[in-house]
Design a protein around this ligand. Structure first.
Ligand code: NAD
Ligand code: SAH
Length: 413
């Protein structure tokens, strides 16, 4: 039995899913290709991904290929109740609602996992963590799983190193057609979508500090520059820092950047990237947000404990008054600003990420018994199929090597 906010919200969710469907041609083609042959017939899949319209479309595509789904969100603030209702009305079991407590979030994960699921579709590692720490009796049913994001893979690598990971996991994030586009262009656009619709403030002429110059950081810096900001990067990796300098950005430690920034965006996957020392130096009115995994990059806990008062200024903006009278504003409680205060990445981006997910799940269902390693890269053929289809759907063509060129490059045809 599903547990959601209100089934009567379904029409709003159906409308959102319909718009996404019209803009996700890859998922549409996979749905049409596999709805008759049903390669996932009867396969039970546990899903924990941000529960909004693109995820709903992935769920429907998997269901039409024969899978039986048990779905929850991957962040207490990113679940959209109307989308959850639309999925339930469509016959899919969902355990999620917006703004659930930490306890409810864990309970929903447990609800999903107690159905003897065979495939785990994880985003940040919460399902895998729960299985290994609290529900080991469900592990024998699991063939394997797929991980959507950078931090989830970091957590899986740590488990693999300790020898504790019990089943194979495909590293979807590391596929080229995922992180080249999702982490960079998806995050770049959706972070500013979240910031702009939440604050309704100008970016041009401001100093924007981006912490972390990885795939997501590059996207955020690129879009901040495009909107007319002065962009400052903070990093801990000297190579990434040089890259940022050569891309034309200022690079400096957080303690210096803190004094200059008007808007701060963290995308590192690390904790306490902005904390006490930085808060002490910030200008009155600085706006802080996070787009990396989890809500620990901006040390919101410190602000909660040390502010003389806090006040909700607008939906998703909490103001904290420091003892010296300065106000600092935190968006979406320091959780992913693009998903907690927006709709996440655009449809065309999630179309690629979720096409990789769909094909990786199909691969797992067919091959899991033969996999010997625990951490599995997405097979190159899957990346290639997604790239070729996407390019063709974009109406673009490219050249093909001639036989002579193959011999010149590789020594054989
Ligand atoms: P990445 O590994 O490519 O980049 C992270 C960067 O942060 C690295 O360059 C690293 O050196 C730097 N870094 C680490 N600790 C730091 C610190 N204390 N100060 C400054 N820099 C630091 O990872 P990525 O793919 O860019 O992902 C970053 C985070 O965003 C992850 O947690 C990932 O799961 C998450 N993510 C979020 C979204 C979204 O929709 N919001 C999308 C994809 C990934
Ligand atoms: N549980 C973690 C999850 C990290 S989310 C947390 O809440 O902090 C990062 C992932 O969200 C990315 O890898 C990206 O693929 C995914 N994402 C971004 N936009 C999305 C959308 N519109 N729908 C579903 N997933 C999305």
């Amino acid at each position: 039995m599903s547990r959601i906010k209100d089934i009567r919200l379904a029409p709003g969710g159906e409308q959102k899913i319909e718009w996404v469907r019209r803009n996700c041609p890859l998922l549409k083609s996979l749905r049409e290709e596999y709805r008759d042959t049903k390669p996932l017939e009867g396969v039970r899949i546990a899903v924990s991904i941000h529960l909004e319209a693109k995820t709903a479309l992935l769920c429907q595509t998997l269901r039409d290929a024969g899978a039986v789904l048990y779905v929850t969100g991957s962040n207490p603030l990113s679940t959209q109740d109307d989308v959850a209702a639309a999925l339930v009305k469509d016959g899919i079991e969902v355990f999620a609602w917006y703004d659930c407590s930490a306890q409810e979030y864990d309970d929903n994960i447990r609800e999903v996992l107690r159905h003897h699921c065979q495939i785990i579709l994880d985003d940040g590692g919460d399902l895998v963590h729960m299985l290994h720490t609290q529900m080991p009796e469900e592990i024998p049913y699991v063939l394997g799983g797929c991980e959507e994001t950078t931090t989830g893979i970091l957590r899986l690598r740590a488990m693999e190193t300790q020898g504790t990971l019990q089943f194979p996991m495909i590293m979807v994030n590391d596929a080229k057609c995922k992180h080249f586009f999702d982490n960079r262009y998806g995050t770049g656009q959706s972070v500013f979508d979240g910031i702009n619709r939440t604050t309704n403030l100008i970016v041009a002429g401001k100093s924007v500090v981006v912490s972390g110059y990885g795939w997501c950081g590059k996207g955020c810096a690129m879009r901040a520059k495009g909107l007319g900001a002065r962009v400052i990067i903070t990093e801990i990796d000297p190579v990434k820092a040089i890259e940022a300098v050569m891309d034309g950005f200022d690079v400096m430690p957080m303690e210096e950047a803190a004094q200059i920034g008007d808007l701060f965006i963290t995308v590192t996957g690390c904790n306490k990237v902005i904390s006490e020392a930085a808060f002490a130096r910030m200008k009155d009115g600085a706006v802080l947000c996070n787009a990396g995994h989890f809500d620990v990059e901006v040390d919101v806990e410190y602000l909660r404990r040390n502010a003389v008062q806090s006040r909700e200024m607008r939906k998703n903006i909490m103001g904290y008054e420091m003892p010296d009278g300065r106000w600092l504003y935190v968006l979406a409680e320091g959780r992913l600003v693009n998903l907690a205060a927006g709709d996440g990445h655009p449809a065309e981006i999630m179309d690629m990420s979720f096409a990789i997910q769909f094909l990786s799940i199909k691969y797992l269902a067919e091959q899991a018994h033969q996999l010997t390693e625990k951490l599995i890269p997405v097979p190159e053929e899957i990346d290639a199929v997604v790239a070729e289809r996407k390019l063709s759907m974009m109406g673009r063509k490219i050249d093909t090597l001639t036989g002579e060129q193959r011999i010149y490059l590789y020594g054989k045809e």
